[in-house]
Design a protein around this ligand. Structure first.
Ligand SMILES: [Zn+2]
Length: 316
């Protein structure tokens, strides 16, 4: 499922243009806020404008960074100084993830989770395991019969004396005042490796974030229908990089996010995020952030307000 990153020159131009576009939006929102034009802008942009944009990331609170790793996933969650990583991109991006964590002041991880064995998710995790002390390593299985990246991840963990923990679905853990919950998958995942994805929810104060890996829409919905878990969230990382196989009307009814994030590579051959998904989000007024256009995207909350912080260019 992985795709080699597009040329770095092309990516960089996209990143700069994306950053400029983001900066323009930030400026417009910033100027409009004191004038009470937020709702007007919401109309222009087809939805609610994010409540605020911040230039500096507070040390307190919860920061979720969707790291730009091209076509893949890597998400850093830091809550009151404690850090968790979900996925680490393709093998070629492992060092990008390590560098991002280091630049973010992370020197250890309380948790690291591999959502599933595709190399655009677990590919860089061996580098992360080599670089940082890790409290608990999570994955949906302890071994996977392939010669792919999951094997390198297994080997790296074994060399560090780390066991891979398969979380009990429904279990919860604390991360610096936030609650991390494993809400899926709730049934057999059959032949589709994407549906083996660990589906993770993070709650902090009244705010919540959902990370469905590459699970398909039916598997995500079953977390609610079969597992009885609450999928309602404020920020949804779109399943499978914004594929229409993971996001439909039903998923948006269940999750009702204010912000959706697509973690995908510029001009990727899969067409992620799919137009149908982009259109669905626009109709509902859900803000779409994209790592291919915006670079690394960070959403911060104090448990009440949601803010956007863009750190991609300085941390890359
Ligand atoms: Zn993927």
């Amino acid at each position: 499922m992985a795709q080699r990153r597009n040329s770095r020159a092309g990516k960089r131009r996209g990143g700069v243009l994306g950053a400029l576009g983001f900066a323009a939006l930030v400026l417009i929102v910033y100027l409009a806020e004191p004038l009470g034009l937020g709702s007007l802008l919401g109309g222009i942009f087809g939805g609610d404008v994010p409540v605020s944009v911040i230039a500096e990331l507070p040390e307190e609170g919860l920061a979720v960074s969707y790291i730009d790793v091209g076509q893949g996933d890597a998400t850093l969650i830091v809550c009151n100084g404690e850090a968790m990583l979900i996925d680490a991109g393709v093998p070629e991006e492992g060092q990008t993830v390590v560098d991002y964590l280091t630049a973010s002041g992370v020197d250890s991880l309380v948790y690291a989770a591999v959502t599933h064995a595709h190399d655009d998710h677990c590919g860089g995790m061996d580098d992360v395991v080599d670089a940082f002390p890790i409290g608990t390593l999570f994955a949906p299985y302890t071994e996977f019969d392939s010669s792919g990246a999951f094997t390198y991840f297994e080997d790296a963990a074994a060399e560090r004396g780390l066991y891979i923990t398969v979380p009990t679905i429904g279990s919860t853990f604390t991360l610096g005042g936030a609650t991390v919950s494993f809400v899926g998958p709730v049934g057999d995942w059959g032949d589709d490796l994407n549906d083996s994805s660990l589906i993770i929810r993070v709650d902090y104060g009244s705010r919540s974030f959902l990370f469905p890996g590459d699970a398909s829409d039916g598997t995500i919905a079953d977390c609610a229908y079969v597992g009885g878990y609450d999928l309602d969230c404020d920020v949804l990382k779109l399943g499978h990089h914004g594929s229409s196989t993971s996001t439909d009307e039903e998923i948006l009814d269940l999750t009702t996010p204010e912000i959706a994030v697509a973690s995908c590579g510029l001009d990727n051959s899969y067409g992620h995020p799919h137009d149908e998904v982009v259109d669905l989000l626009a109709v509902r007024g859900i803000e779409l952030l994209r790592t291919d256009l915006d670079g690394t995207v960070t959403v911060w909350t104090d448990g009440e307000e949601l803010s956007l912080y863009e750190a991609g260019e300085q941390a890359a």
